[in-house]
Design a protein around this ligand. Structure first.
Ligand SMILES: [Zn+2]
Length: 238
């Protein structure tokens, strides 16, 4: 028997009374009127009007200046929800390793700056994603990462970190690779945009070893036990 699948929230974003948000479990649909891009691991960020009906435009970030919910769908990539307390704008960003290296997070933050945000007015939550306990990369990938000018403080370890909160087996090492911290990369890119550390929340949930079942694309590629998209959405209250 599985427990009821959890809808997760960031305590940081939940402290803002003008918005609603959720990191939905695998397979649960977002609100009907949600805007969402057709995600391609790019740095493209669009406005909600262009992203509704859902997936009609290719984009990996969506901004709303009104009360339409915006969402991203992820498996192991970072779902990043952003709130601007100055203008009450919100954004949802899909940042896997490829999209992060392409600059999707600074792109989204710069668009919010253009719309009136300041670093001090932004509150950000990074939702469940693959954590260093389960994210093995080859050495060749590590050099691609560390030579990217947007990567200023990469975090990784040569040995697999143990996740004491794992509810199923962590990913098994398959090569002489490294264990990369993707959530830390997202956080570093936000810090580099001068967003205060206290305004960046990283949920400590690994999609591979301790989120609900069917959360992880990578786990499914190892065990074929299925996966379903996880939607993360944010909305200014009407
Ligand atoms: Zn893990």
């Amino acid at each position: 028997m599985q427990n009821a699948t959890p809808v997760r929230k960031s305590t940081l974003l939940a402290s803002l009374d003008w918005l609603e948000h959720a990191f939905l479990p695998a397979g649960m649909a977002p609100p009907e009127e949600t805007a969402c891009g057709h995600q391609r691991h790019t740095s493209t960020v669009i406005m909600s009007e262009e992203a509704f009906p859902r997936k009609q435009c290719e984009a990996d970030g969506v901004i709303a200046t009104d009360s339409r919910p915006v969402a991203v769908y992820t498996a192991d990539c970072l779902p990043v929800l952003i709130a601007d307390t100055r203008r009450h704008h919100v954004a949802a960003v899909h940042a896997g390793l490829k999209g992060a290296l392409a600059g999707v997070l600074p792109q989204a933050v710069n668009r919010l700056f253009d719309l009136g945000a300041t670093p001090e007015s932004l509150f950000v939550a990074i939702g469940p994603a693959i954590a260093p306990c389960c994210y093995e990369l080859g050495q060749d990938m590590l050099s691609t990462i560390t030579t990217n000018p947007r990567v200023t403080a990469p975090q990784w370890s040569a040995t697999q970190p143990v996740n004491p909160h794992a509810v199923r087996l962590q990913a098994q090492a398959t090569s002489k690779g490294i264990w990369f911290d993707l959530p830390a990369l997202g956080r570093q890119m936000l810090l580099d945009m001068k967003i205060p550390a206290a305004q960046i929340d990283v949920l400590p949930v690994c999609t591979y070893c301790n989120a609900e079942p069917q959360s992880s694309y990578r786990r499914n590629s190892h065990f074929s036990d299925g996966y379903a998209l996880r939607y993360s959405w944010i909305q200014r209250r009407a």
